[in-house]
Design a protein around this ligand. Structure first.
Ligand code: CP
Length: 315
């Protein structure tokens, strides 16, 4: 889905009405959100900008980081936060996601943070939303995870500076099934990253124009040579059942990032991973917990990015 397919994301004045995808989002809007997030980090005090505003975290798929950091962000802006647990909700009696959304909307909720397994599900709810109600995509299918993309860009910007034109980035692993990779790729292109390398087994790389402009390869050692940042992706273990990966050991041997391999990157290269990690599969403990890892910085930045997005849409 691109912004042009989804007129609901921007209003007629070009302002964000919902946040559904980073695909096609103007560079100025993306940079403004990153600047707002940095300002939230620089001034750490809670405020009451969303006092009296009700926000629901409507998650139809599991989450730790995204759900809790959105809740934390909303609390720091003074909002009222309603949690929704699909496993104890009336969806177990057959209620649809759309009916669930409409009923919670009728309670006066103005902001919905939605995660769903189906591509386009959040955009479909946005199309049904009343005026003044904002939808924030917390991950839909393999399509988009825009706030993860934003927090990854904020983390890279803090580490490497705002000018991405000289930045060499490697994205490694299961790109085919990754909404994080799609949002990262869209944001890196918009911000003008100098070189984007994508590396993974052929069965886990996507077709079509997802990788447009990227250098694509299957040799991790070659992909890491001289890069400034390595963005590791979770191996979605459920893909084992589909026969796309022979074994975890084979995957680790060919695509696991360990300290020896990381030495091929630039000496000051940074390592990102969106979480949750499969330690010992796509990343070793020594890299995940090592001095080049920004993985917990990403999580901290996630709260600030989500404050910025909530404020931009609802403040
Ligand atoms: N990165 C990420 O989306 O993590 P969660 O699934 O825990 O939210």
């Amino acid at each position: 889905m691109s912004v042009s397919d989804s007129p609901a994301q921007l209003d007629s004045a070009g302002r964000l009405r919902h946040l559904l995808t980073l695909d096609g989002l103007p560079r100025s809007t993306l940079v403004d959100l990153l600047d707002r997030a940095q300002a939230c980090l620089d001034d750490d005090a809670p405020n009451a900008r969303l006092a009296g505003t009700a926000i629901c975290t409507l998650f139809f798929e599991p989450s730790t980081r995204t759900r809790l950091s959105f809740q934390r962000a909303a609390q720091r802006l003074g909002a009222d936060v309603l949690g929704f647990d699909a496993s104890t909700s009336s969806t177990t009696k057959g209620e649809t996601a759309l009916d669930t959304f409409r009923n919670i909307e009728a309670m006066g909720v103005r902001g919905f943070v939605v995660r769903h397994s189906a591509d386009g599900a959040v955009a479909a709810l946005a199309a049904a939303a009343a005026p003044g109600v904002a939808l924030l995509n917390a991950g839909d299918g393999r399509s988009a995870h825009p706030t993860q993309g934003l927090l990854d860009m904020l983390t890279l910007r803090q580490a490497k500076g705002a000018d991405f034109s000289g930045l060499r980035v490697a994205i490694v692993g299961d790109v085919r099934h990754s909404r994080v990779a799609r949002s990262d790729l869209q944001a890196l292109r918009t911000l003008g990253a100098g070189e984007i390398r994508v590396c993974g087994p052929a069965a886990l790389l996507p077709d079509g124009d997802v990788l447009a402009g990227c250098t694509v390869g299957h040799d991790l050692d070659a992909a890491l040579e001289g890069v400034d940042a390595v963005m590791m992706l979770r191996l979605q273990r459920e893909r084992m059942d589909e026969g796309l990966v022979a074994s975890l050991d084979d995957y680790h041997r060919d695509y696991g990032l360990d300290a020896r391999r990381l030495r091929r990157a630039a000496p000051d290269a940074v390592v990102l991973h969106p979480g949750p990690m499969n330690r010992g599969v796509e990343i070793t403990d020594e890299v995940a917990d090592g001095p080049q890892s920004l993985i917990l910085r990403q999580v901290r930045n996630g709260v600030a990015v989500r404050m910025a997005v909530l404020d931009a849409l609802l403040g």
